[in-house]
Design a protein around this ligand. Structure first.
Ligand SMILES: *Cc1c(COP(=O)(O)O)cnc(C)c1O
Length: 378
């Protein structure tokens, strides 16, 4: 920031982040959760591209009891900006990060004896007690302990000094896809394992399993806490959920036409000439590209809005620029606003449509947006 402080007018590609819409989404989701459940706002991956610090602060204002991130750096940035609610680390940490996790009072999960012992030793050195959660793998096969291993883990680690076992959780593999039989099996496995632990004297006050889908669809699985992420940013994970709750997209991505030119028929456009003009066509340059997190897969496929109308992407997207065909848009000129994602006039391009063009999902569309794209909070 310091080196660029004298810039008076920034790159025209800007992500507008509507904190009011985010606030309403948090409130609307909070209304749907079980009375006994806390709300952890999951704002990992730089708040799905929206900026972890401003979003984290707004989440707390809107009534989130806790925050969830993946990177220690994200947790540290939130602490340094004054956020004092519990902050969970939903991604793994290395042994070397244990000290930082304790210094910043973050709440990691543990899925191995070695990590529990390392955190215990680091906490004792600092004369503190760190709350921990056990993560159990019930079918995602990513992080977490096998259900069959948790009891012997507890026998070894439950009484370690410097740590307190605040919670236990799992993350389902196929809830978004609506595979309820599988999801209920995973839930049952979690439930039965926790019951066995408790009958052996190992208690975990906060039990939690619910990401966005379970938060929206299954109050019976809310337990002590829910952990919605993507829904807070305005997108329900599955189309079937769109009627269940009012959610507003939080991000709008805008830019400007920096060049408009008319090209004769049969003119190759962009690297490799993957598009060739069919007639006399008006082609415009938009300063957004791969380096902003705008994907190559959108080449010759995606669209943007200019003067409320759709303009197709032509040629292959380069590091910093994208070309669009504005032949049919009346009065188009350099400096016109371009909407890459969001509403303009009566037209709208939202993240699910961009995801379709890319053959991807909404998470990737949002979280890809690079740091260099200026965020404007409104
Ligand atoms: C990402 C994540 C969530 C939030 O998932 P959404 O589907 O975006 O709501 C919840 N819990 C864990 C452990 C996660 O990693």
């Amino acid at each position: 920031m310091r080196q660029t402080a004298r810039i008076t007018s920034h790159n025209p590609t800007v992500a507008e982040v509507d904190l009011g819409a985010f606030h309403e989404n948090v409130r609307n989701i909070k209304k749907r959760i079980h009375d006994d459940s806390m709300l952890m706002a999951v704002i990992k991956t730089n708040a799905y591209g929206h900026g972890v610090v401003p979003i984290g602060k707004e989440a707390v204002k809107a009534g989130a009891d806790r925050l969830g991130v993946t990177a220690v750096e994200e947790g540290a940035a939130l602490r340094e900006s004054g956020v004092d609610v519990p902050i969970h680390l939903l991604g793994s940490i290395t042994f070397e990060q244990a000290g930082d996790v304790i210094e910043y009072e973050l709440t990691p999960f543990v899925a191995s004896t070695e990590l529990a012992k390392t955190i215990s030793a680091e906490a004792i050195k600092r004369n503190v007690t760190l709350p921990l959660h056990v993560k159990m793998d019930t079918g995602l096969h990513r992080f977490g302990m096998e259900p069959g291993e948790v009891l012997s883990f507890c026998e070894t680690c439950y009484d370690l000094p410097g740590i307190s076992w605040e919670g236990i959780y799992t993350h389902f593999s196929s809830a978004d896809e609506g595979e309820w039989e599988k999801t209920e099996q995973e839930y049952q496995l979690f439930h039965d394992t926790v019951a066995e632990l408790e009958s052996n004297g190992f208690h975990f006050p906060i039990k939690h399993v619910a990401a966005s889908t379970i938060t929206l669809e299954r109050q019976d699985m809310h337990l002590g806490m829910v952990r919605p992420g993507i829904a807070l940013f305005g997108y329900a994970p599955a189309p079937r959920q769109r009627k269940m709750v009012r959610l507003k997209p939080v991000m709008r991505l805008r830019s400007k036409l920096v060049r408009v030119r008319e090209l004769p028929p049969e003119t190759p456009v962009g690297y490799g000439g993957s598009y060739v003009t069919k007639k006399k066509e008006k082609i415009a340059v938009v300063p957004i590209g791969l380096g902003d997190g705008y994907h190559l897969a959108l080449s010759n496929k995606g669209q943007m809005l200019v003067r409320g109308q759709r303009a197709g992407i032509v040629g292959s997207i380069s590091l910093d620029q994208t070309l669009i065909d504005v032949t049919n848009i009346d009065g188009v000129s350099e400096g016109d606003e371009v909407i890459v994602m969001g509403r303009q006039g009566d037209n709208e391009i939202l993240a699910p449509q961009i995801a379709d063009w890319m053959g991807s999902n909404v998470d990737e569309v949002l979280a890809s947006l690079m740091m260099r794209v200026q965020r404007e909070y409104i």
